[in-house]
Design a protein around this ligand. Structure first.
Ligand SMILES: [Zn+2]
Ligand SMILES: [Zn+2]
Length: 241
């Protein structure tokens, strides 16, 4: 099956972005040729991801792990399909892992303190299939270090969802942000559709404290390759509530 997923090269031979029909995931390649996926897109994306991996000159069997930034349908939807390839460890912050396992109910966004445009946008979203549960997920916590990219740090950023997490690769200056920040049409902004907008804002304030952030990868919108720390600091400085 041909992929209908657009592939965007971010760091040659190292990092590619996968554009799903909604949202984005990423393929990270380590020096030993093993691959790590960050988010899996909506349910049904599995064959397209496999095709994209082949297009990158690798094999789905090279994928060792899938890091989920959070439980939303546009990010965790195809996690079960990827897990079914075999040999892929699925990892998520423990609070969202429980939702993807089906142990905890999905918590809807609380838009009561969101701007009017965000509520209208939410009301007009295209329907998307629910997340098929993944039974085997490794729980992650703030500060955990993973053997990816020379040491990937788990940064817990509660608010978009309770277990939203960023993945930070200091040796490469790369940060995967999920939906805590978006970069829509060149406008870097706080994420929308939060379960707790105030808490999401507090989490955002941690981002300028991370050292070595040069490349920022978002769940929605173009990645920033070079100088991402400046853009993220501007998002925090623009917070008004
Ligand atoms: Zn989300
Ligand atoms: Zn999303």
């Amino acid at each position: 099956m041909e992929t209908d997923i657009e592939i965007v090269e971010l760091l040659p031979g190292r990092l590619h972005q996968l554009n799903f029909w909604v949202g984005q995931g990423f393929v990270w390649r380590d020096d030993d040729g093993t691959l790590t996926l960050i988010d899996a897109g909506p349910a049904g994306s599995g064959p397209g991801i496999a095709a994209a991996v082949r297009e990158l000159g690798a094999d789905p069997g090279d994928v060792r792990r899938l890091l989920l930034t959070h439980f939303h349908r546009d990010h965790a939807g195809a996690a079960a399909e990827v897990a079914a390839w075999g040999g892929v460890e699925v990892l998520a912050h423990r609070l969202d892992a429980a939702v993807v396992r089906g142990e905890q109910p999905v918590i809807p966004p609380d838009l009561s303190d969101a701007p009017e445009w965000e509520r209208e946008f939410h009301a007009n979203l295209a329907p998307m299939p629910d997340v098929p549960p993944v039974k085997a997920i490794t729980d992650l916590d703030e500060g955990d270090t993973l053997h990816v990219g020379g040491g990937t740090r788990v940064v817990a950023l509660p608010g978009h969802t309770p277990g939203s997490a960023a993945y930070h690769l200091p040796p490469h200056g790369v940060l995967f942000l999920g939906d805590t920040v978006a970069n829509v049409e060149g406008h870097t902004m706080r994420g929308i559709f939060n379960v707790n907008r105030r808490q999401a804002g507090e989490s955002l304030k941690r981002l300028p404290q991370l050292d070595s952030v040069d490349v920022a990868c978002f769940g929605h919108g173009d990645a920033i390759v070079g100088g991402a720390d400046v853009a993220l600091r501007a998002v925090v400085e623009a917070l008004t509530d």
